[in-house]
Design a protein around this ligand. Structure first.
Ligand code: BG6
Length: 515
């Protein structure tokens, strides 16, 4: 397979040029024995490798505390690559991928262990044809060890000349504004901002990346993108399973820290930001920061909290052994934010996320205002829906005349379902796109330090209220496992002006599997 080239010719490219690593690069995955590495990092690296997107002669070195033989590491690292047994080309790629993998066991706090890692890295680099040596450090680790690992990597494994070093880290970045500042501040002592890539994997999702294009490459949409046309915006995250197995971690964090404060707020900032001057990372991130700065901390009365209870044979949150029996941790939250700037004043942005709901779905739903009354009464509102997952789609609900000898308006949709329109296209996974961005040195889809600070400012007061003194903590309302969420949700959304369709409209492409 030849190395794919970026879009050219008749397709306008939006790529900007960066310091791309093409040769002599080692990717070090710290936490290589853990779940994130197995489920996300290694599969993403494999897909990039298979498509020849990784640097020539790349090496991937796993590092973790567990003592593991080379073969056991290979087995673990390739256990989730999803290549069918009869896919010969895929199996051959797995074989080649194994050849670039190696593993070093060592403690996270012990400098001498990082010296051992260094010996291994230098041995690989001694075979390079030129002096150039680049290293990407991917921290697939729990936050408790971020700081010692970031420090040790800098002190023992940093190449100061003839190469580039970059570090990738991922949430949770603290638990509130103060702890996030402390954590990020400690990492900053060792790693400069331009070397640091903070992942929010939602920024790597195809539909989230499409939002900039939909908004700014379409005059028709751009003209309607403000408080004059839009009534309310909903950003919804639904998962059909509970915390099973992750109750301990989750109970400490809750759904707001897990999903709203990062993934959904990032989506909001892309929906609400002004047009960036260019596609350069700092231009994009400047606009995101500006819009976030126009948001006040969330008010308690703009918040609805829920916790799932057992239903349909499924256990409730409190039935999970790893969760304290009297936990009031929210597994569902809806919060409404307002962006105080001339474009958005008065438009509610409703963020909703929940575990153990009726389906898996993440979408943005922009509901437009009512058409002027007169010739039309009780007509459905226009809605633009951007489905992030599963099965990416964008559809615009419009009113059209029902064909026939009378005039009656009916809600219809203009529908861009990716699986139909881009049937032959391979849609990359978020982590795949983000690791490639890091190799290219492109920060556009990573979270900047000040962006994170503001995100915490918006959520910290409400989180402190939720975490507050025993007895004074808000009690989440119950909702059954597998339901659409708390029964209080509909009145909550309607309070902010959301209006359901007058007809019983359902989007016709509901059965994705049938496509
Ligand atoms: C993670 C959360 O950040 O995102 C998880 O910690 C959640 O609780 C996950 O399940 C959702 O990611 P995705 O890509 O499956 O939507």
């Amino acid at each position: 397979m030849t190395r794919p080239r970026s879009a050219s010719g008749t397709i306008p490219s939006m790529e900007t040029s960066h310091d791309e690593l093409k040769d002599n690069t080692i990717i070090i995955v710290a936490g290589a024995s853990g779940d994130l590495a197995k489920k996300k990092t290694m599969p993403a690296l494999f897909r990039l490798f298979r498509q020849n997107f990784l640097p020539r002669d790349v090496h991937i070195v796993g590092y973790a505390r567990s003592k593991m033989e080379h073969d056991d590491f290979l087995k673990r690292a390739t256990s989730n690559l999803k290549v069918e047994d009869d896919d010969q080309e895929g199996q051959a790629a797995v074989g080649r991928f194994k050849d670039v993998l190696s593993y070093v066991a060592g403690d996270y706090e012990d400098g001498a262990a990082f010296d051992k890692l260094e010996e291994h890295l230098q041995e690989i680099e001694s075979k390079y044809q030129s002096k150039e040596a680049n290293r990407i450090f991917y921290l697939a680790l729990p936050p408790t060890v971020f700081i010692p690992v970031a420090k040790n990597l800098k002190e023992h494994n940093y190449v100061a000349k003839n190469g580039v070093c970059r570090i990738i880290i991922e949430k949770p970045f603290g638990k509130d504004l103060d702890s996030a500042r402390e954590l990020l501040g400690s990492i900053k002592q060792h790693w400069a901002e331009d070397e640091t890539f903070r992942i929010d994997h939602y920024l790597g999702k195809e539909m989230v990346k499409n939002m900039l294009v939909l908004r700014f490459a379409n005059v028709a949409l751009g003209a309607a993108w403000d408080k004059n046309s839009i009534s309310n915006v909903q950003i919804t995250f639904k998962e059909p399973f509970g915390t099973e197995g992750r109750g301990g971690y989750f109970d400490d964090f809750g759904i707001i820290r897990d999903v709203l404060q990062n993934h959904l707020l990032q989506v909001l900032s892309v929906i609400a930001m002004e047009r960036p001057v260019s596609f350069a990372a700092e231009d994009i991130r400047d606009e995101k920061v500006k819009v976030l700065r126009c948001i006040q901390p969330i008010a308690r009365e703009d918040t609805l909290l829920g916790q799932y209870v057992s239903a349909n044979g499924k256990p409730g949150y409190l039935d999970d052994d790893t969760v304290p029996h009297n936990s009031v941790c929210p597994t569902f939250a809806a919060t409404t934010l307002f962006v105080h700037n001339p474009r958005w004043e008065g438009v509610p942005f409703i963020l909703k996320a929940g575990k153990a709901l009726n389906e898996a779905k993440v979408e943005v739903r922009i509901q437009f205002k009512d058409v002027t009354q007169g010739i039309f009464k009780d007509i459905s509102r226009n809605e633009l829906v951007m489905r992030i997952q599963p099965s990416e789609a964008v559809y615009l609900k419009l009113n059209a005349k029902t064909p026939g000898l009378y005039t009656r308006a009916l809600p219809i949709e203009m529908d861009l379902t990716y699986k139909r329109r881009f049937a032959e296209t391979n849609i990359p996974e978020a982590y795949e796109a983000l690791i490639l961005d890091c190799l290219k040195g492109d920060h556009s889809n990573f979270v900047r330090h000040d962006e994170l600070d503001i995100a915490w400012k918006i959520f910290t007061p409400i989180l402190h209220w939720i975490d507050g003194q025993a007895g004074a903590r808000p009690k989440p309302v119950p909702y059954p496992y597998g339901s659409r969420g708390p029964k209080e949700l509909n009145p909550f959304i309607e309070k902010y002006g959301y209006r359901r369709s007058t007809d019983m409209y359902t989007w016709p492409v509901t059965n994705m599997a049938a496509l």
